[in-house]
Design a protein around this ligand. Structure first.
Ligand code: 3PG
Length: 306
């Protein structure tokens, strides 16, 4: 069996070492395609792979056509919007993710951006504190739960909206449940996004929600840039000089921000949320184990395609 790790954004070396221990123990061969620049490299590398581990790498029909032997692809991470699921199914390839494995890293990055912004980018001027402020979690999945834990430590008042999560789970985490996104945004100075990017959520966070946020509003996006309606975001920035946007990846409208709104945003150049050794180890090793388990026992617990 050949397992290919194809990552345009490489794992930490320690994670590769531990992934290799899993594949070695199973008697599988591990191949690495890291930091590749062009899809042609991926098409060549995947040709004889039985299994593949990816991150945000696009797994398209073209990739699957080139992967003649492929039986399973595991997205080492939570969001699988980069996998063409119908194409995986059509190619008889099982697609999986590794939910929860990199969630703490993402939550920590959200707080790092919030703290840096609250202290004015360490520029020497007086800033603000998080204690006593309202934190709104837009979705209460794995990242949302870590966010709540950290926010509690900072003494924030925490709210969440998630139609897929039972209110009891929120109450257990000392989080107040909101009945709608509108309620969440209108109550919270800080709103942190933890929704996936899909047909329902793309461009769903726009002007109507953002305009209701309290004074000195801060929108934190460690989810996906696609969930934001950027026209609405720019409109709110024009109207409200108190509004801030902190995003793990640059929005398409970054040039406008740079020209007009200096000091009111933070954008990471490359998605950094899951870029820690710990998250790389957790997600990478989980992916390798899921592959071995699938081949040896047929376990499809984390399958995301039909
Ligand atoms: C995820 O969905 O797990 C995160 O967005 C991390 O993505 P990455 O593996 O590309 O850093």
């Amino acid at each position: 069996m050949k397992v290919l790790v194809a990552t345009e954004k490489a794992f930490a070396p320690v994670a590769i070492k531990l992934i290799r221990e899993v594949t070695d123990a199973a008697g599988y061969q591990l191949a690495l395609l890291e930091n590749y620049k062009d899809v042609s490299e991926l098409l060549a590398a995947v040709a004889d792979a039985d299994a593949m581990i990816v991150r945000s790498d696009l797994v398209t029909s073209q990739v699957l056509d080139a992967a003649k032997k492929l039986r399973i692809v595991v997205r080492a991470g939570a969001g699988y919007d980069n996998l063409d699921l119908p194409a995986c199914t059509a190619h008889k390839v099982v697609a999986m993710n590794t939910p929860g494995q990199n969630s703490n890293a993402v939550a920590e990055l959200a707080f790092q951006m919030m703290l840096y912004q609250a202290r004015g980018g360490f520029g020497g001027k007086s800033g603000t504190e998080l204690r006593g402020k309202t934190m709104g979690l837009h979705a209460f999945g794995n990242v949302g739960k870590y966010m709540a834990e950290i926010a509690k430590g900072f003494g924030m008042n925490i709210y969440a909206f998630d139609p897929f999560v039972n209110e009891d789970a929120m109450i257990k985490s000392e989080v107040k449940a909101c009945k709608s996104a509108e309620e969440l945004y209108s109550k919270c100075q800080y709103v942190s996004l933890h929704i996936p990017a899909n047909d329902k959520t793309k461009k769903s966070v726009g002007y109507d929600l953002l305009k209701t946020m309290p004074k000195n509003a801060v929108l934190v996006n460690t989810a996906r840039k696609e969930v934001i309606n950027e026209d609405g975001l720019l409109k709110i920035f024009e109207e409200r000089p108190d509004f801030r946007y902190l995003s793990d990846v640059e929005p398409d409208c970054k040039p406008v921000f740079e020209e007009k709104y200096k000091g009111r945003f933070i954008f990471t150049a490359k998605k950094m949320g899951a870029q820690t050794e710990e998250a790389n180890i957790n997600a990478g090793v989980a992916a390798a184990r899921q592959i071995v388990d699938y081949f040896k026992t047929g376990n499809e617990k984390f399958k995301v395609n039909k």
